[in-house]
Design a binder for this molecule. Structure first.
Ligand code: NI
Length: 189
């Protein structure tokens, strides 16, 4: 077990497309996932993609804590409810409808900053676990957002590239103090 170094925006590993994992059950995948989980817990985030720890493979981990769930009382199964730590290998996303929603995101590879990103509200995602099980879930709200954010890392995209107005990019401390820019009207299409 080891806490891994997290790549920051500007490192080439965050700009390139990650390669598929040939064997989700391979021992080295299990070791990497164990280290990614330890790294995420140490950093205090909700999601981490393998390229963020300098490994260009299609692996993400994430969770939806009760505090971030739209339906926090759901005892499992609600698309916007809490989700325990999930490992997703070779993930694929399908947008289930046209709705999009803008919300502030942060990223361990863009430390200290936060900015609004428009994401699909409702998605279906699929992938494999390190034990070879298939994951096939519908997700909404924050759950759908965190999966889209992590899978973006596998395609070389960090969230500021998804922003439409860089004047809204802020340090999280200042955002907590002053909030979102008041003058701007956001359109959610
Ligand atoms: Ni990120």
């Amino acid at each position: 077990m080891a806490i891994l170094k997290i790549a920051r925006m500007g490192h080439p590993v965050l700009r390139s497309r990650a390669e598929p994992v040939a064997d989700a059950c391979a021992p080295e995948v299990g070791r990497l996932v164990t280290d990614m989980i330890e790294t995420l817990r140490d950093a205090g985030g909700v999601g981490l993609a393998a390229p963020q720890v300098h490994v260009p493979r299609r692996i993400v981990i994430f969770c939806v804590p009760r505090s971030r769930a739209g339906n926090a009382e759901a005892a499992g199964g609600a698309p916007d409810g809490p989700v325990p730590l999930t490992v997703l290998i070779n993930p694929e996303i399908e947008f289930l409808d046209e709705r999009r929603e803008e919300a502030y995101e942060a990223c361990l590879s863009v430390p200290g900053l936060t900015g609004p990103v428009s994401r699909a509200v409702r998605i279906r995602y699929q992938g494999w676990t390190p034990s070879g099980s298939r994951i096939d879930r519908v997700a909404e709200g924050f759950h759908a957002r965190v999966v889209q954010h992590e899978v973006d890392h596998l395609d070389g995209i960090v969230y500021p590239q998804r922003m439409t107005d860089l004047s809204t990019l802020a340090f999280a401390e200042e955002f907590a103090r002053y909030g979102a820019p008041a003058a701007r009207t956001r359109s959610v299409a």
